[in-house]
Write a protein that binds this ligand. Structure first.
Ligand code: AKB
Length: 317
């Protein structure tokens, strides 16, 4: 049977680039983008698009039938910082969108699901360095709580109903095409944009806040790789740790200065500092490496070079 893909939340930071890549690989008509609002021009012009509210199970089902969908990537979510402002809404969106898709798979309407988890599943009591796959998990944000609960439900649906759901715990994702919305790691995207646009950045995290991060290209590679892996190689059905690099605002600023010598950074912590302080500083992703051959490509230097070149071209247009 032909692979027909539906991406829910296709207009967000990861959804946009994932859609474009999957269309490049599978052909534009095999990848249906959807969201509650339209996305950027490149996404909208690259293939079919449908308005879908991730909380509307019947609405999703109609689109599954219309396009004979086999795989769903559920990318809609409310992230850590916005989630703290709207806890009830974050819980409702993050949990019920997942239930909708898991239940549709249980009813035989979807063959395979990708659902992203996050390093936010860890909390202040988790070991901070090389955080293991299995460890103490007491997240202190609503976003983290919803992702941890979601992981347990994914494993439950796999064990009980044989639902083929696959997941990775994304670190902070850095990209230039589409901005992130409402996360704690967003500073690491804003800093590159501001470096080129105004030559300075006021960081909402203090200079020594080390967090796990990843360039978008690597995040997309990992997402497609875990979905392409043979089912027997996916030995963890909650969610896999995933890592590439870790750095602080001070370290990323120093790297940017190599390309933008007059760049200046200042620091004024806000409520996001507490969230960042509750998360790991580095992640042990050996299980993803062992089970489905994960390997990252970009480090802080190669990412910075690529980000700044790409943003430069984007701003010139
Ligand atoms: C956030 O900062 O909330 C996200 C995440 C780490 O999942 N980028």
């Amino acid at each position: 049977m032909n692979k027909q893909i539906l991406i829910i939340g296709a207009c967000g930071q990861i959804g946009t680039e994932l859609t474009l890549k999957l269309r490049e690989i599978n052909g534009k008509n095999a990848v249906i983008a959807s969201d509650i609002r339209e996305g950027n021009e490149e996404l909208m012009q690259s293939g079919p698009f449908e308005i879908i509210d991730a909380l509307n199970k019947d609405g999703i089902e109609k689109i599954l039938d219309k396009y004979a969908i086999t795989e769903v990537y559920l990318m809609a979510a409310m992230l850590s910082a916005v989630g703290e402002k709207y806890p009830a809404k974050a819980w409702e969106l993050n949990m019920n969108s997942l239930f909708n898709v898991l239940n549709l798979a249980k009813e035989g309407k979807i063959k395979k699901i990708f659902w992203p988890s996050s390093i936010a599943v860890f909390g202040p009591t988790t070991p901070k360095q090389k955080t293991p796959q299995k460890t103490i998990m007491e997240p202190s944000t609503v976003y983290g709580m919803s992702k941890l609960a979601g992981e347990r439900w994914c494993e439950y649906y796999f064990n009980k109903y044989n639902v083929d759901v696959r997941s990775i715990r994304y670190p902070g994702i850095i990209s230039w095409k589409t901005n992130p919305g409402g996360g704690t790691t967003d500073y690491a995207v804003e800093i590159y944009n501001n470096a080129l646009l105004v030559g300075k950045y006021d960081s909402f995290l203090n200079k020594s806040t080390k967090l796990p991060m990843m360039y978008m290209d690597d995040a997309i590679t990992a997402t497609i790789k875990i979905m392409d892996a043979k089912p027997e190689n996916i030995k963890i059905r909650s969610s896999y740790n995933l890592a590439a690099m870790s750095f602080t605002p001070e370290e990323i600023a120093l790297e940017i200065k190599k390309f933008v010598p007059n760049f200046e950074i200042s620091y004024h912590e806000d409520f996001r500092q507490r969230i960042a302080d509750s998360w790991p500083q580095s992640i042990d992703d050996s299980k993803a490496k062992e089970d489905w051959g994960w390997k990252h490509k970009f480090d802080l230097h190669t990412m910075s070079e690529n980000m700044l070149n790409s943003l430069h071209k984007k701003f010139e247009k």
